[in-house]
Design a protein around this ligand. Structure first.
Ligand code: EPU
Length: 420
């Protein structure tokens, strides 16, 4: 087990490049199952979650060729049995993204109950209802789900609430179904638009991705092709919060600022000084921060994955801010750790916390509960006076590639230590 040792208090300066988006890469990689042809995918982030998904495909019989650190060629012709390997699936909740493509291709999947992040109850009822609408029967056995369909058939499915991965799973399944599928109240995150564009370039017929109504005309086959993963909007936003909290001048490159319109609006209200370019964001030292309330929301609202870094920023802003996490009930589990570092935050209920700022933070030993809280604790430690030890950094590595090396380039005093 490794941990980060961080000496806080140094202003950061320099350029940091944004990697490919984890939450796009996972779905694009899963979509390679829809064809026997080779898919070449570039800009794949070298992070734990993606590597586990590639291992799952390999174990199922796919050929996964590493071309360079961020490029893979994947050929799924060798997958003969649609059984997801238990150990790997338990490691990665996002393995549910394989359900859609596997059902489309084999009409059957056996999947152990999924694992993943500890951010509250994460049911898969919407997937189950959606697949049932397409003609899939689902049996829940003690250790796994057994999905089966003689023929996937297009249908209209109304989501009871917005779900990103369920939208993507149904979209992929419907691509090879017979007839037309209409998904209503679908999620409209940029990653979904990206997935649809990629599938359309390979023969799919999908309209409306990026809106709440997606119409998919089933086709017989999907071909291989080449794809570059879009920039990670969560990294972009996280680095912006880092810059606002402890930067002298941070230039965030290779990003897509248009995917973060609501976060930019909020950061302007907070008093963060930044400029947006076409694929670059420059964040300047921002000494006068004002507390502004946050409500997380589905896209294009303020993304839940930036809520924890924003809370750290609010510890440095003047006044009271209410943080309202509406998507997950387990995403404020880092608040006690920030308080241990000197923050003054009151938990109101599992969804809401009030931050009183500004507060001086001090180094402490804390454990990351999940990916996004993990990076927030890293930012807090960089702000804090003294030395911090961040434990359970596997969680941070799940989402941010070599973050210690990249932060050191900005002047951060962060070391990855082996457990002593
Ligand atoms: N939900 C259900 N039933 C379902 C599916 C979801 O009740 O069958 C609920 C969830 O429990 C949650 C809400 O619906 O309360 C929204 O969940 P959603 O399905 O949209 O989330 P997700 O698809 O599982 C993706 C990202 C998350 C990101 C959310 C919200 C991936 C692999 N994961 O999760 O990313 O927070 O959308 O934008 O794309 C992360 O990267 O750290 C992460 C957790």
């Amino acid at each position: 087990m490794e941990h980060f040792q961080i000496e806080g208090g140094t202003l950061l300066e320099g350029e940091i490049s944004v990697n490919g988006a984890k939450n796009s890469a996972l779905k694009i990689i899963a979509s390679t199952v829809l064809t026997n042809e080779t898919c070449r995918i570039e800009n794949i982030p070298a992070i734990a979650d993606v590597l586990v998904l590639l291992d799952i495909l390999k174990e199922m019989g796919a050929e996964v060729k590493l071309i360079d650190r961020h490029t893979y060629e994947i050929t799924c012709a060798g997958i003969s049995e649609p059984n997801l390997p238990e150990l790997l699936v338990r490691k990665l909740r996002a393995s549910v993204v394989l359900l859609g493509p596997l059902l489309a291709r084999f009409g059957e999947v056996k999947m152990p109950h999924p694992g993943g992040c500890v951010i509250g109850e994460r049911p898969i009822d919407i997937f189950l209802d959606g697949f049932a609408a397409l003609g899939v029967s689902v049996k829940e056995e003690e250790t796994h789900y057994h999905f089966h369909s003689n023929k996937l058939t297009g249908a209209t499915f109304v989501f009871p609430r917005v779900s990103v991965t369920a939208t993507e799973a149904l979209l992929m399944a419907a691509t090879l179904a017979e007839g037309t599928t209409t998904l209503k109240f679908a999620a409209c995150e940029p990653e979904i638009e990206d997935l649809a564009e990629w599938l359309n370039a390979r023969g799919a017929k999908i309209r409306g991705a990026g809106t709440h109504t997606i119409i998919i005309e089933g086709v017989k086959t999907i071909t291989g092709g080449e794809k570059r993963i879009m920039p990670d909007r969560i990294e972009t936003g996280t680095f912006a919060m880092l810059g606002a909290a402890i930067g002298r001048k941070i230039v965030i490159t290779n990003c897509e600022p248009s995917h973060l319109e609501v976060p930019w609006k909020l950061l302007r209200q907070v008093g963060v000084r930044f400029e947006l370019g076409r694929d670059v964001v420059t964040v300047h030292q921002s000494p006068h921060l004002q507390a502004v309330n946050l409500v997380t929301h589905e896209y294009p609202g303020f993304i839940t994955d930036l809520q924890a870094p924003y809370t750290v920023l609010m510890t440095q802003a003047k006044g009271l801010s209410l943080i309202h996490e509406t998507i997950y009930e387990g995403r404020l589990f880092y608040i006690d750790k920030l308080n241990k570092m000197g923050a003054r935050i009151i938990m109101c209920d599992p969804h809401r916390a009030v931050v009183l700022g500004p507060a001086k933070l001090y180094g402490a030993t804390v454990e990351s509960p999940d990916i996004r809280a993990g990076i927030a604790l890293v930012i807090a430690a960089l702000l804090a006076e003294g030395t911090s030890r961040i434990e359970n950094i596997y969680q941070v590595d799940r989402g941010y590639e070599a973050i210690d090396d990249r932060l050191r380039q900005l002047g951060a005093k962060i070391e990855r230590m082996k457990e002593s």
